[in-house]
Design a protein around this ligand. Structure first.
Ligand code: GLA
Length: 768
């Protein structure tokens, strides 16, 4: 990178947004006198300043403000009793414990959790980073071996790199800040260089630190467990630490690497909020620490609890990227900004902008009990109904007739598939469908050829018991030879057979994280190195097979994170395929992730996870707001149901671009109400689709309306259920009146009134 320590300059760029023809302007300004940086576009300002003693201080992140030469009045730091000061020279002026900082350390007068901690050969963990120089460049640099947001041309973003140095260890840091032209997005990461003579250990290296001046926020997190992922949890920030994390080796079912801080009055359609997302699939930490003067420090990055990276002289460490988005337009607007960024500038490749094929997956139809003919029978009926892609799930390889054996042996089981994957894929293609395949490349069973030949290829501590989960072990992807071996097996299958889709599963957390290939002082690197190995395999397979659609999966949604979206534009959201359970899962997921990324299928009733009976139309009405597919044997449905399925598929084919790529609005929350509602609107606002779902039926119910969002107030829309027309402003301000058979009918009607009912309304502009 180039440096310009003494030069005062800024960079300004204008771009015209290709969709809306609107004019966006972004700038990175540097005032040499006050050493103040101001990143700004038409939405936000992000301001930092270099303090007289060289520390980099956070000044402001929020709605756009005018630039000024000097914002130093915002560096609030008064002398307080029992305060320690960084330097006598600045006695009574600057204590780091009262300064909002960009990349703080612990132990030099700041007592909060730090962004970086470096353990040195003398045992000291103290460091002190000072501004050295900075540079500004167009576009956004790629992060080495890590997923990250990107630009397609240099006009879309500007990047500021601020260079810091610790004078004692000679460790240097490049803090990267990218401002995008559109929306309130700042992408951040840090690269740490050891320019000294001695080894150091990085024991904390966060991707982002943001010190906010007050704590009047609610904290939103998306948490759960297997089959209950990404449920919205809200709590008020208080003095002390609020945090979520993962220590499982993957982002986890338990917590998603995404949080929102919102003002208490902010709702879906108005008010301030900041979303924080870590583009990473391994152990993470997201926390907000409120000090006793109500300053809030947000930290996000690799979880320090399980991290210790030995940084030898002349080597560097790149943190994952974290993205912050600010809005003053409510949570729907915040989510829409994340959706657009993740959909267009995080996901990549051939499938990024394409409507996704309607698929059928045999897992819930057969589990491990199948052979070639049975699969072809399922596929044939699906083809007849209009399905485009048949996916063969677990059980096709090695001795995998149950989950006790076979993982790692990625060659077809010819007892079940006498013509191999190649032969089955040909039969499916001959039906006029595409063929897809399940893999779980990071795992092995003890009962497998892989394990018998390479027992030291799993993560384990020699001499200790290795804990099991689903009878399987995690391969040591910190070792290149292990990744190479799996790559060769998988690439062979993908080269030989006509495969259009891969479902990449990952079904257990890491225990006994230790690699026999690394020395004692590098064991703290293994969790991260493992994830780098996973990314390496993804990168190799997706670049060698660019036309294959990859869907990520991890016992459902245990790794539904932005890191994987970079490689796989969609992910199986949850193993819970029940439509009612899915309301909360998909609603929670939608806060960060675009509808095009949410794998959602229609499955049988009674549902296999919760044994609930739901109407077929509701199962489809929920699954439409995702990638859409079927997880059952359509042969087992009645002829009338099969006809209904044909209609569903026809409907989805007509509207899938709008479902998957339209602007999504949450309207009524399943976490608060018996009724869930959401909608999508096409880019030109000429078509909108509204989903309405009522969990429990009632009797003699109140009348029900939903207030729509995002329509053109002047367009007149024809509504698909009653065929009547309504103005956009009418539907948004007076509401869409739900045609509810249970309202006003004291005795209900068995045919039309039931629990788990739902409706999907299509609105089409007829006068524009
Ligand atoms: C995981 C996945 C399921 C299915 C099974 C197969 O649980 O989430 O969708 O693929 O593995 O073993």
């Amino acid at each position: 990178h180039t440096r310009c320590s003494s030069v005062s300059w800024g960079s300004e760029m204008c771009i015209r947004d290709s969709y809306k023809g609107a004019f966006f302007k972004m700038q990175i300004l540097f005032n040499e006198q006050s050493r103040t940086f101001h990143l700004t576009n038409d939405k936000i300002s992000y301001i930092m300043t270099v303090l007289p003693n060289g520390h980099l201080s956070q000044v402001y992140f929020g709605k756009k403000v005018h630039d000024k030469a000097d914002f130093s009045y915002l560096i609030q730091s008064c002398a307080r009793p029992t305060t320690s000061y960084i330097s006598e020279e600045f006695h009574n002026i600057i204590s780091l414990s009262h300064i909002r900082q960009e990349y703080p350390v612990y132990g030099t007068s700041d007592y909060r959790q730090p962004a970086i901690e470096i353990c040195q050969t003398n045992g000291s963990k103290i460091s002190d980073f000072h501004y050295q120089s900075h540079s500004i460049s167009k576009g956004k640099p790629k992060l080495e071996n890590l997923p990250a947001t990107y630009t397609e041309n240099d006009d879309e973003a500007l990047t500021l790199t601020i260079h810091l140095q610790d004078p004692v260890t000679l460790v240097e840091i490049d803090l990267l800040y990218t401002i995008f032209a559109q929306n309130g997005i700042i992408a951040r990461s840090a690269k740490i260089y050891n320019q000294g003579k001695d080894d150091v250990h990085l024991t904390t290296a966060m991707s982002l630190c943001l010190d906010l001046p007050d704590c009047d926020y609610e904290w939103l997190q998306f948490s759960g467990t297997w089959s209950r992922e990404r449920h919205l949890k809200v709590r008020k920030l208080e003095q002390g630490i609020t945090a979520i994390n993962s220590t499982r080796g993957h982002s986890s079912h338990e917590h998603n690497p995404f949080i929102i801080l919102k003002r208490p009055t902010t709702d879906e359609n108005k008010g301030e909020a900041i979303g924080f997302s870590l583009i990473y699939s391994g152990n993470f930490l997201a926390q907000a620490e409120v000090d006793t003067h109500d300053v809030t420090r947000v930290l996000m990055g690799i979880n320090p609890t399980t991290f210790d990276w030995k940084l030898e002289p002349n080597t560097s460490f790149q943190t994952p990227e974290a993205v912050m988005i600010y809005t003053d337009d409510g949570l729907n607007n915040l989510s829409q900004s994340f959706h657009k960024l993740f959909q267009k500038r995080l996901a990549r490749g051939y499938w990024r902008d394409k409507a996704r094929p309607i698929l059928i997956n045999n897992w819930e139809a057969t589990y491990f009990d199948f052979n070639e003919d049975k699969l072809v029978t399922i596929a044939s009926k699906a083809k007849e109904c209009g399905v485009e892609l048949f996916v063969l799930d677990d059980g096709w390889f090695g001795k995998r007739t149950s989950d006790y054996a076979g993982l790692g042996d990625w060659y077809p089981n010819t007892d079940r598939l006498p013509n191999g994957i190649k032969g089955l894929a040909e039969r499916i293609e001959n039906l006029g469908m595409k063929f897809g395949l399940w893999i779980e490349p990071e795992m092995t069973n003890m009962d497998s050829d892989l394990y018998r030949n390479h027992p030291d290829w799993i993560l384990h501590v020699p001499g200790r018991h290795s804990s099991e989960c689903r009878h399987q072990y995690v391969l040591d992807y910190s070792r290149k030879e292990v990744v190479d071996y799996i790559y060769n097996l998988l690439a062979k299958i993908l080269r030989e057979a006509k495969i259009s889709y891969i479902k990449w599963d990952m079904n257990r957390s890491i225990t006994e994280c230790y690699s026999v290939a690394y020395p004692a002082d590098r064991q703290g690197e293994i969790f991260h190195r493992h994830i780098l190995g996973v990314y390496d395999l993804y990168e190799r397979l997706t670049s060698e097979f660019p036309h294959i659609l990859f869907e990520s999966c991890a016992s459902g949604g245990a790794r539904f994170d932005p890191g994987l979206l970079y490689y796989a534009p969609q992910g199986w959201a949850s193993d819970d395929s029940d439509a009612i359970e899915r309301l909360k899962i998909q609603y929670g997921t939608s806060f960060a992730y675009p509808i095009s990324s949410i794998g959602s299928h229609v499955s049988v009733t009674p549902n296999h996870q919760v044994y609930r009976l739901t109407p077929l139309h509701t199962r489809a009405n929920v699954a439409y707001f995702g990638t859409f597919g079927y997880e059952l044997d359509l042969n087992k449905l009645t002829p009338a149901e099969q006809e209904e399925v044909k209609e569903q598929i026809k409907f989805m084919k007509e509207y899938r671009e709008i479902f998957q790529f339209g602007t999504f609005y949450r309207l009524s929350s399943p976490f608060e109400n018996n009724v869930t509602a959401w909608m999508v609107v096409s880019e030109d606002k000429e078509t909108a689709i509204v989903g309405w779902y009522r969990v429990l039926n009632g009797i003699n119910l109140p009348y029900s309306r939903i207030y729509l969002q995002g329509l053109n107030p002047d367009f007149c829309y024809q509504q698909s259920i009653d065929g009547k027309s309504y103005f956009g402003d009418e539907l948004m301000n007076i509401g869409l009146v739900i045609d509810d058979p249970s309202a006003g009918q004291p005795y209900g009607d068995m045919a039309t009134s039931c629990d788990f009912d739902s409706k999907v309304y299509v609105l089409k502009a007829i006068n524009k």
